[in-house]
Design a protein around this ligand. Structure first.
Ligand SMILES: [Fe+2]
Ligand SMILES: [Fe+2]
Length: 259
């Protein structure tokens, strides 16, 4: 950014020494680099515009080296402080850590479901595959949030994970429907947490964070909720017996579907 600013600055200096055409050039350049920043000063404007032009049209010139001084004073010197951090509040940092924990918890529950459906006396291989891949995907979500935390200069602080169930059979619903309904509830809960994260980012005027959540998480979350809702509806139709085996075979041969 500094380099780009410096190049605009040089261009303006060249123009200052040019002939009357430079006035037109300066008019062209100035709107690109001017801003409403308080650091834009009028006093030096005359030194960067052609000598023939006593009164520049806008009367303002951006002074990058002058303006960057205050940024330079803010560069941290303590080794434990992030150098990249800028306009990233502690509240946003904390809520990202909370979301990492949500994703890990969901990943852990899906992993427990994988282990259950993979048992020799359950042997629903399609459901086992679906929950294994879903567990991995939730961990990837946690990791994506970790990378974002570091990118913004925050610190990842992992929290404890809740002990999941190990049995998923249900007298009325059977295991497949019960597990899928549980998955649907977890995805909706995750969506609520993401929306809370988004609202915290908005309250803190953190446009980059809202953009990250919108582009990387919200769309996918709605897709997952729709997909699992369909699975719940299908499992309610087929009942607990033979139909579950067909449903499981469908999952086994379906590619790239996760919760
Ligand atoms: Fe997720
Ligand atoms: Fe998910």
């Amino acid at each position: 950014m500094l380099l780009r600013t410096a190049s605009s600055f040089s261009l303006l200096n060249l123009n200052a020494n040019a002939n009357a055409n430079a006035n037109a050039n300066a008019d062209h350049v100035l709107p690109l680099i001017n801003s409403s920043s308080s650091a834009i000063r009028c006093s030096r404007a005359k030194s960067f515009v052609p000598s023939a032009t006593k009164d520049p049209v806008t009367g303002v010139v951006f002074e990058p080296f002058e303006e960057v001084k205050k940024e330079l004073d803010l560069v941290p010197t303590l080794p434990e402080a992030s150098l990249a951090r800028q306009k990233y509040t502690h509240e946003c940092e904390a809520v990202i850590n909370e979301q990492i924990n949500v994703e890990y918890n969901v990943s852990y529950v899906y992993h427990a479901m994988f282990a259950y459906f993979d048992r020799d006396n359950v042997a629903l291989k399609g459901l086992a595959k679906f929950f294994k891949e879903s567990s991995e995907e939730e961990r990837e979500h946690a990791e994506k949030l970790m990378e974002y935390q570091n990118k913004r200069g925050g610190k990842v602080k992992l929290q404890s994970i809740v002990l999941p169930f190990s049995e998923f059979d249900h007298e009325e619903k059977g295991d497949a429907l019960y597990a899928m309904e549980l998955a649907l509830s977890l995805e909706k809960l995750t969506n609520e947490k993401l929306l809370k994260l988004h609202s915290v980012a908005s309250e803190n005027n953190d446009v980059q964070l809202t953009d990250f959540i919108e582009s990387e998480f919200l769309g996918e979350q709605v897709e997952a909720i729709k997909k699992i809702s369909e699975y719940v509806a299908q499992l309610r139709r087929v009942g607990k017996g033979h139909g579950v085996w067909h449903f499981d075979q469908m999952l086994l041969h379906e590619e790239g579907v996760t919760a």
